[in-house]
Design a protein around this ligand. Structure first.
Ligand code: ATP
Length: 125
């Protein structure tokens, strides 16, 4: 039991090592997504979103950041197994980037649905 807890605790530490690497500055997209996330969270606070709106925004931000982290992980693996140019390495990296783009666009749609009426309302008053 003690060893089990020790191993789980170590896994938690590895996840934090990944998190530290992700936001270390070595992955410029991670920093861009973080800045965008903080901006959206500040806007959410300003417009006093409902709990449901907060929940959707938090899930969407978490999804974008998690997908970007997976994209970076895949880049590491591709660079490890195929440091030289290879058409399949290109396809793998481009597809992973597409996954982030798809989720980011969906998040943009969600944010527009939530914020646009509130912005219009603010402009009208
Ligand atoms: N080994 C490779 N073979 C073929 N094309 C590659 C290879 N490595 C990278 N590429 C191409 O270059 C693009 C950019 O790859 P890169 O690894 O620099 O990622 P990035 O999107 O710039 O992310 P980051 O800035 O986080 O490193 C890939 O999407 C792919 O099209």
């Amino acid at each position: 039991m003690k060893n089990y807890i020790k191993a789980r605790w170590a896994s938690f530490g590895y996840a934090f090592a990944g998190l530290f690497d992700f936001f270390s500055g070595r992955h410029p997209h991670a920093i861009l997504h973080l800045i965008a996330a903080i901006t959206v969270l500040l806007a959410a606070y300003y417009f006093a979103l409902s709990p449901w709106e907060w929940g959707l925004i938090i899930l969407a931000i978490g999804g974008v950041l998690a997908l970007e982290a997976l994209n970076s992980a895949l880049e590491y693996v591709v660079d490890l197994v195929q440091p030289d140019f290879h058409p399949l390495a290109k396809k793998a990296k481009d597809m992973a980037a597409a996954a982030v783009l798809i989720f980011a666009l969906a998040t943009l749609g969600l944010a527009s649905l939530i914020f646009w009426p509130k912005i219009l309302n603010l402009l009208a008053n």
